[in-house]
Design a protein around this ligand. Sequence first.
Ligand SMILES: C[S@@+](CC[C@H](N)C(=O)[O-])C[C@H]1O[C@@H](n2cnc3c(N)ncnc32)[C@H](O)[C@@H]1O
Length: 373
Amino acid sequence: MRVLARVGVGPLCSAARAVIPWFWRGKYFSSGRESAENQVTPMLRHLMYKIKATGPITVAEYMKEVLTNPAKLLGIWFISEWMATGRNAAFQLVELGPGRGTLLGDILRVFSQLGSVLKNCDISIHLVEVSEKLSEIQALTLTEEKVPLELNPGSPAYMKGVTKSGIPISWYRDLQDVPKGYSFYLAHEFFDVLPVHKFQKTPQGWREVFIDIDPQASDKLRFVLAPCVTPAEVFIQSDETRDHVEVCPEAGVIIQELSQRIALTGGAALIADYGHDGTKTDTFRGFCGHKLHDVLIAPGTADLTADVDFSYLRRMAEGKVASLGPIKQQTFLKNMGIDVRLKRLHGGSHPMNACQSKPSPSPVAGFGELAWR
Ligand SMILES: C[S@@+](CC[C@H](N)C(=O)[O-])C[C@H]1O[C@@H](n2cnc3c(N)ncnc32)[C@H](O)[C@@H]1O
């Protein structure tokens, strides 16, 4: 997994990319709705998934997992970016494709834990989600209730509610509908589910890959090459050296909108995904229950994904905002200087936050609290 950070205002921040094995897909962050009594923390559930998928883990791996849980660190990253860019009186946290809402739930827990730092900041949450089913699940995860569809036809949001910690939250079908304002954007495993066009280099030039009925078996599909040039070819770079490429025009449109918004109103975006920097070729894959699945067999039963080409995203943002990365998640965490950031966040004046049962002897112990809860 890789992360690309874009920054509109303030000093350039660190960016990251995480190398997370494919079998963690969709299972990294657990529901986060467990009761305190049964002690099944989101981290425990995550570790269970991992062990079930790949077998027992080493103590070193266990420590790394627990201490560097990205969800918590992302929460801290947003807060420290907000501080670094001048502690605006208000900010919007905008997530693209929140899935089940568990990552955001973890981030909001960090916001609550560091409530003393954010107490004078007016925060609102804005979710861009096309799936009605998932938006219902997100509402249950984040507000603990069913949020009704918005009846006001003039409202850009299709659902509005309040999170468990009292933050206003709204849902939109398109990024363009989110109110313009100083915002932090998060896209985690979002861009890799957007549809790609695939092209193969042939002696006649680029030919798009199509899906056709297999003449040998009428209930089967197969890949074929288009006989002539197709419109999406315009998305291929003229100096492209690979012989097979995947292009994602929708990602380009979203990145351009996102960059324009950051350039206009300020803020930053963090994009974390499985991806490459313009080097990979055929990455279109299906996953069913943690396992690789033939993309053309039993369509509708597997998740389809294609690695994100970060070099393309960078090109789409060029001239509007500064972009950093992609880099590995490990590098991101190291660059973040997590201990230093926590020292800054705590400012030495709040040894105990609202959710801690006992005072933290040091900022690093404070991080321990965040990571273990
Ligand atoms: C793989 S899930 C992301 C998981 C989540 N971000 C997480 O970290 O757990 C992809 C999400 O993007 C949403 N999605 C897919 N295409 C979208 C689009 N064009 N606009 C908005 N959301 C979209 C899906 O419904 C889903 O919520």
